[in-house]
Write a protein that binds this ligand. Sequence first.
Ligand code: AMP
Length: 213
Amino acid sequence: MSFNSLGLSNALLKAVSKQGYTTPTPIQEKAIPLILEGKDILASAQTGTGKTAGFTLPMLQTLSRGQRLRHRPIRALVLTPTRELAAQVHNNVKAYSEFLDIRSSVIFGGVNQRPQVATIRNGVDILIATPGRLLDLQNQGLLSLAKIEILVLDEADRMLDMGFIGDVNTLLDKTPKKRQTLLFSATISQPVKALARKILNNHQLISVAKQNA
Ligand code: AMP
């Protein structure tokens, strides 16, 4: 199987090839076509499986095909449990969107909020964030989640373990009901299943074996 048969645009194939990827990983093979179809997903995938490209590539394609508003509201949100993961996902998003007219930004706690707010004000299509800082900025009225089309929860099990469920639920309530939601988790525990039942709509289940690094 090659990346060419997954339905990705030339701009994305070019970015993938620039990364040196020749073959999609199993999670990418399964997730990319379903996400492009607009399906909600519950994916059991650990770090190292290529899960980030698995949700980022189709997300970029959907956003670049959709309607563009001049003030660039946030149209896709990726929530991660830690700032390290947020930064890592943002690096992936930047690399894969190199040949697209898509802007992305990352926000997390522990640093001055001012530069983060300034970037968002300028307009970003994709925001990667940790729940605490995002909720903080949202409560201050500094950003809006009302135009979110795609929501990704990355490492959902860790997010629950770290006690972010309350923040995540509050944030989800600020996003439109009609959205595509992608839930990625290393383990599909009972709490993850409960979250999936609550926030996913008629979802597809994807599971892949752990890949050796
Ligand atoms: P992740 O599981 O998203 O953290 O990705 C693990 C690593 O695999 C990252 O360093 C990616 O750059 C790399 N990667 C993702 N997809 C592919 C692919 N199709 N072929 C080779 N490497 C990949």
